[in-house]
Design a protein around this ligand. Structure first.
Ligand SMILES: NC(=O)c1ccc[n+]([C@@H]2O[C@H](COP(=O)([O-])OP(=O)(O)OC[C@H]3O[C@@H](n4cnc5c(N)ncnc54)[C@H](OP(=O)(O)O)[C@@H]3O)[C@@H](O)[C@H]2O)c1
Length: 256
């Protein structure tokens, strides 16, 4: 199926590893040029090489999204280089240690919301004018089933994901009539570096997660990236303000 986005420019936030890296590669396979954003320049350079290997152009933005002025500056530089993105994929998430809300420090609250929510707001505000002008835009936030189910020790994380869903719905209402769709892909678990870190030292954790899915298989980053790429396509123009489930059935009543 031709996704109809060849020749467009995308910005993928969180592109140095995991789901974001898989999204960047999937979009490049679809003929999209990609601005790759995360903190680790070394990892981004490796992804950039992969994108170029597929015959597409790429630019690296090595920046901490919590630094709003650097984020704006560096993204503007990349846009001057590669052109204005009409596709934005949001896959950044701060690492968090599970703990009850009353034990979370003020600094952790600030860091998590700045990294996971404010940066998404900043990037949408930066790119929306170009998208509405082009009369085409695709914004996809990688969310979590936690936005609806909650997650033990992750009140902040769950509320940040709920905020992202609300952000996508608001943009959908305001800008879909100008060709800009905004959606969330809800993930339960995906087999990424993040998951490996969360389950390290917990023997049996992986097995429990596999059993929590209806498919009895942890989705790969590529599984999630395929859903994101479809939502970025011209084929998905009727989907906006949606939360698309990519949980492998982990949201179902799966106790028996
Ligand atoms: N994996 C799962 O099981 C799962 C489940 C539900 C939802 N999700 C969601 O899916 C998305 C991707 O998850 P993942 O597993 O691929 O995560 P990951 O492996 O932790 O990757 C996160 C990405 O965000 C970047 N990042 C983190 N903090 C940053 C900062 N301050 N500034 C700039 N970049 C930053 C990281 O790169 P640097 O470290 O180089 O900055 C990395 O590229 C996240 O939104 C996550 O919440 C994942």
């Amino acid at each position: 199926m031709d996704l109809g986005i060849a020749g467009r420019v995308a910005l993928v936030a969180g592109a140095s590893q995991g789901i974001g890296r898989a999204i960047a590669m999937e979009l490049a396979r679809e003929g999209v040029d990609v601005i790759l954003l995360a903190r680790s320049r070394e990892k981004l350079d490796a992804v950039s090489e992969g994108v170029r290997g597929l015959g597409r152009r790429s630019a690296v933005v090595a920046v901490d999204v919590a630094d709003q002025s650097m984020l704006r500056q560096e993204v503007s530089n990349a846009i001057n280089n590669l052109g204005a993105p009409t596709i934005l994929s949001l896959a950044v998430a701060a690492v968090w240690v599970p703990q009850k809300l009353q034990f979370v420090s003020d600094e952790e609250v600030d860091r998590l919301f700045r990294t996971d929510v404010s940066s998404a707001v900043d990037l949408c505000r930066l790119l929306l004018p170009g998208m509405t002008e082009a009369r085409f835009g695709r914004i996809v936030a990688v969310g979590s089933v936690a936005a609806r189910s909650g997650v033990s020790g992750g009140s902040l994380y769950a509320s940040s994901k709920a905020a992202l869903e609300g952000l996508m719905r608001g943009i959908a209402l305001d800008d879909s009539r100008r060709g800009v769709t905004a959606n969330t892909v809800a993930v339960s678990f995906a087999d990424t570096e993040r998951l490996a870190m969360r389950t390290a030292g917990d023997e049996g954790a992986r097995e429990r997660l596999v059993r929590a899915t209806a498919t009895r298989r942890l989705p790969t980053p590529e599984d999630i990236a395929s859903v994101v790429a479809f939502l970025c396509s011209t084929r998905a123009s009727a989907i906006t303000g949606a939360v698309v489930d990519a949980t492998a059935g982990a949201h179902l009543n799966n106790l028996w």
